[in-house]
Design a protein around this ligand. Structure first.
Ligand SMILES: O=C(O)CCC(=O)C(=O)O
Ligand SMILES: [Fe+2]
Length: 318
């Protein structure tokens, strides 16, 4: 048995309400955790529990709708970026077998930029559940606020100006994804709920999944469960931030395993928020993360071009 890498717990209020000393201590703690583990659990993140509970209620109502109704909200040509994606469509990069999940995605609501408003597809409104989209939009903003604070701390840790990411993520192409992993009825041939993968975006914020199953892989290849207590969220580094920092911050491989057979009759729900910048953000490795000893590991790319490439690899974009 190997020792399980502990996932550090950080208190975001030390950053959002703290003096300069507490803020820099938080930045150092978060940065070191993102270098060593790539995952943290965050307390006092400012996301109202009531909002999370409200959205979960609508999420369950949505996935309980008949499949024929759900498919009305599965638009063609949007690569799953808005609305419903039916069971068995998405697979992890490098895997053929699809994940055992269905999901619904909400994107950015632009209020102050006509060009971007025209660029992003509209969110879908589910006629049968009028409260669903408004609740998701409120939670989306709360996730954006928490994410902005976390990236301010990361900017300080990287020696950048504290507000380096602010403008890049304002009106960013982030996605709030409501996932349903249905009950498992037959021995799955080769799929698990979500096959091992790394997230595409800058950082991911995940609110308390309804059941266990999330695992991260440590340096030696061992899997360790991730558990977040009530009131905590899990936050991890995605490939865009790993790439920008020339692998200084780690986009850690993770997966969602199937429950023991006795729990097969139960659903699992989760609400990840994939924090993306605007498409034009340059992901060229930061000068401070490149040296003679550690040359740049990635060619320059924009966030938009990188996202396109990755959506093709997971079968969402044709
Ligand atoms: O459902 C979860 O707990 C995590 C899902 C996940 O890793 C993802 O959708 O990228
Ligand atoms: Fe993930």
């Amino acid at each position: 048995m190997s020792m399980h890498a502990a996932i550090p717990v950080v208190d975001l209020s030390a950053f959002t309400a703290g003096d300069t000393g507490r803020k820099s201590a938080f930045a150092a703690q978060l940065g070191r955790a993102f270098e060593a583990v790539g995952f943290v659990t965050v307390e006092h993140h400012g996301i109202p529990a009531g909002l999370i509970g409200e959205l979960y209620k609508y999420v369950q109502e949505f996935f309980d709708l008949p499949e024929t109704v759900k498919r009305r909200y599965e638009p063609e040509g949007l690569a799953g970026q808005r609305g419903y994606t039916s069971f068995g469509k998405e697979h992890a990069k490098g895997y053929d077998a699809p994940d055992l999940k269905e999901f619904f995605q909400f994107g950015q609501t632009v209020e102050d930029d006509a060009r971007l408003k025209a660029e992003y597809p509209e969110n879908l409104t589910v006629k049968e559940i009028p409260g669903f989209t408004p609740a998701a939009q409120k939670l989306y903003r709360a996730f954006e606020d928490a994410g902005a604070s976390l990236l301010q701390a990361i900017a300080l840790y990287l020696g950048l100006e504290e507000h380096y990411f602010d403008e890049k993520i304002h009106n960013g192409n982030s996605i709030l994804r409501a996932i349903h992993y249905p009950p498992i009825r037959n021995e799955p041939a080769s799929s698990i709920r979500a096959e091992q993968h790394e997230d595409i975006n800058l950082i991911t914020l995940l609110v308390g999944a309804s059941a266990e199953g999330l695992e991260i892989q440590d340096k030696s290849g061992q899997w360790a469960p991730v558990t977040a207590g009530a009131g905590q969220i899990v936050v991890n580094v995605g490939d865009m931030l790993q790439r920008l920092t020339n692998n200084k911050l780690k986009s850690t491989t993770h997966r969602v395993v199937n429950p023991p057979r006795a729990q097969w009759h139960t659903s699992r729900y989760s609400l990840p928020f994939f924090l993306h910048p605007k498409s034009e953000m340059d992901l060229t490795c930061l000068a401070d993360c490149v040296s003679d000893a550690i040359p740049a590991q990635y060619p320059p790319v924009t966030a938009g071009a990188y996202l396109e490439e990755r959506l093709r690899e997971i079968g969402l974009k044709k």
